[in-house]
Design a protein around this ligand. Structure first.
Ligand SMILES: [Zn+2]
Ligand SMILES: [Zn+2]
Length: 342
């Protein structure tokens, strides 16, 4: 099978082709696993963190990619949940122990044995992949493969982030950064909380226009002042300055949820601009969001199918994965990026 593999951590500024196209044997599914013939795999910002070593793969070479849609090609001896030909998806959560106190409390996303697809186990930048049947999802009919892929991470983590904000209808929400996840959150909020106004912050005019097109009440740069204070905000940027700016515009008692697996070091000195009375006092809260649970993915897929929420996307071929990643790094974004694997 064809696969795009990462052999070592690299800096994308020096190496614009970190993934190598190789030919590999088709993997065999274990007893409780299914073999998936991949159709589409979404490209996520987390791949940049894996490539550049902020959350490096646990072994090399690694096949990245954790927003996978395809069809069951073969089921392992004991795997009866899906049948060959069924359309299934895989997300970021590839394994959790199921026994620790966090797993038992429904917080498998925080499990110490958490393993991620495309970082700790082979992902979807390939023609085939395997996964435990318990960590795969049926894909609702209403979506095409391309539409479904970004829902599996960008959508599911956006759903978890939104849940963690505690937003209530009528409260204002700030979206700090406006990429694949934020644009899906905007669509969700317009459906679930129709009276809430959304303020979108982005570095690029194209993303700000995109946010307005999708119904944001206001869009501006990180240094601009929104028309009202924000009750809740979700940060999806890799940087620190947008967080400091968002805290300044938070309502008393407001909450900022940081949806980023890692932050880059480049502008860390922006944190020195934190002024306790202006940015943190009056019971402002900061909370991070870590991984997703299977419940997040399954609930979100159901919600997305009801609405229905259809992501905007750009298609690349598997062999063009490097180009898609570089464009993501350079913020050439409109919605989500997906790889078509044929
Ligand atoms: Zn992701
Ligand atoms: Zn566990």
């Amino acid at each position: 099978m064809k696969a795009m593999v990462l052999r070592r951590v690299v800096n994308l500024a020096d190496n614009r082709a970190p993934l190598e196209l190789v030919e590999l044997p088709i993997p065999e599914p274990g007893d409780w696993e299914i073999l998936i013939r991949v159709s589409v795999c979404g490209v996520c910002h987390t791949e940049l963190d894996e490539i550049e070593g902020r959350t490096p793969p646990s072994r090399f070479p690694m096949i990245l990619g954790h927003q996978i849609v395809g069809r069951v090609e073969q089921a392992g001896r004991n795997a009866s949940r899906f049948r060959p030909g069924d359309r299934v998806g895989m997300g970021w959560i590839n394994h959790a122990c199921g026994r620790c106190h966090l797993c038992r409390a429904g917080k498998e996303n925080l499990c110490p044995d958490f393993q991620a697809t495309g970082r700790d186990a082979s992902g979807g930048y390939a023609q085939y992949t395997t996964v435990s049947q318990d960590f795969a999802y049926g894909i609702p009919e209403v979506f095409t493969d391309e539409e479904a892929a970004p829902l599996l991470c960008a959508g599911a983590i956006g759903y978890r982030s939104l849940r963690l904000t505690g937003l209530r209808d009528g409260e204002t929400l700030g979206l700090v950064g406006f990429g694949a996840s934020a644009h899906l959150v905007l669509k969700m909020v317009r459906h679930l909380f129709p009276r809430s106004r959304i303020f979108a912050f982005s570095r690029t005019p194209a993303e700000r226009d995109f946010a307005r097109e999708l119904g944001a009440a206001w869009a501006g740069g990180f240094e601009e002042e929104p028309p009202a204070k924000m009750h809740r905000a979700i940060d999806t940027t890799p940087a620190w300055q947008p967080i400091v700016a968002a805290l300044l515009h938070l309502e008393p008692g407001g909450r900022l949820v940081i949806n980023a697996i890692r932050k880059e070091e480049r502008d860390k000195e922006a944190l020195l601009g934190l002024d306790y009375p202006r940015h943190l006092w009056l019971e402002k809260e900061i909370k991070s969001v870590a991984n997703v649970s299977r419940r997040d993915v399954a609930e979100f897929l159901e919600l997305a199918a009801q609405m229905p929420i259809k992501p905007e996307y750009q298609v690349y071929r598997l062999e063009e994965a490097n180009q898609a990643l570089v464009e993501l790094k350079e913020r050439k974004i409109r919605g989500a990026k997906v790889l078509r694997v044929d």
